[in-house]
Design a protein around this ligand. Structure first.
Ligand code: NI
Length: 251
């Protein structure tokens, strides 16, 4: 059994959400955690967690939403989280300087408001960070939180900093890519530091790279991690499930 800790379900990519979920069940995907990170995606995530028993969500405002979020939206976020037990964390939230650094201050402010909310509600956070490692680390140091560094792809040194701050590494399709340096990091960290994710519909693992991804592809990622660690895939399944259950307080 596996849990996909980070995926997006969108009708732009899939003909039928129900089919995606049925396929997952056939492929040993026990649960999926949706990442609802725009107003539109939060709305659809709420609908799916209501409809499907094995679907959970984290919600929060992605840094690319920075110009679209006001105080009222922050209040709504809090209200939604408090009223729904299947919302198991806040995310994905963070910093993205890849396309622009010009709104850096606004991104930091939105990020911090959501980290404070997570602290207040005692919830884990899912962190999106791109070309912004230093600021992300410095900000996370100001909070007492737990969570996932979504789509981690940094150095061993960076991994160790996040781990020491209480975060897990979210590992997905990138680990299977031929030119990926992530394998070196995976060899050196412990399985207890990892949770599995697809970030579907994006980032399909090899040998499916370039196709539309879905949670059912998690076993390809787990298999690669098993090879890197020299353990059986069952061991990867067992430990990453434990990590996920504990982090997100799933039952
Ligand atoms: Ni995502």
């Amino acid at each position: 059994m596996f849990i996909d800790t980070h995926c997006h379900l969108s009708l732009e990519y899939y003909d039928s959400i129900e089919d995606v979920i049925l396929e997952n069940r056939k492929n040993k995907i026990d649960k999926m955690i949706l990442s609802g990170c725009s107003k539109k995606e939060i709305e659809s995530s709420l609908q799916y967690i209501k409809t499907f028993d094995d679907v959970y969500a984290t919600i929060g405002y992605h840094p690319d939403q920075v110009d679209k979020v006001n105080a009222e939206d922050m209040n709504l976020l809090e209200k939604l989280i408090m009223n729904n037990k299947k919302i198991v964390g806040i995310g994905e939230i963070g910093l993205d300087y890849h396309y622009t650094k010009e709104n850096k201050e606004k991104q930091i402010s939105l990020f911090k408001r959501q980290l404070s909310l997570a602290e207040k509600l005692h919830l884990p956070v899912v962190i999106h960070t791109r070309d912004a490692t230093e600021d992300t680390i410095n900000i996370l140091k100001e909070y007492q939180l737990r969570g996932v560094i979504h789509c981690f792809s940094g150095s061993l040194e960076t991994a160790n900093i996040y781990l020491s701050l209480g975060y897990k590494l979210g590992i997905g399709g990138v680990v299977t890519f031929k030119n990926s340096k992530l394998g070196e990091v995976i060899r050196k960290v412990s399985l207890s530091d990892i949770v599995l994710e697809t970030d579907s519909p994006y980032l399909s693992p090899e040998p499916l790279r370039g196709t539309i991804n879905s949670s059912k592809n998690i076993p390809f990622i787990a298999d690669k991690i098993a090879q890197l660690k020299g353990v059986k895939i069952e061991e990867v399944s067992k430990i990453t499930l434990e990590n996920t259950y504990n982090l997100f307080d799933l039952t």
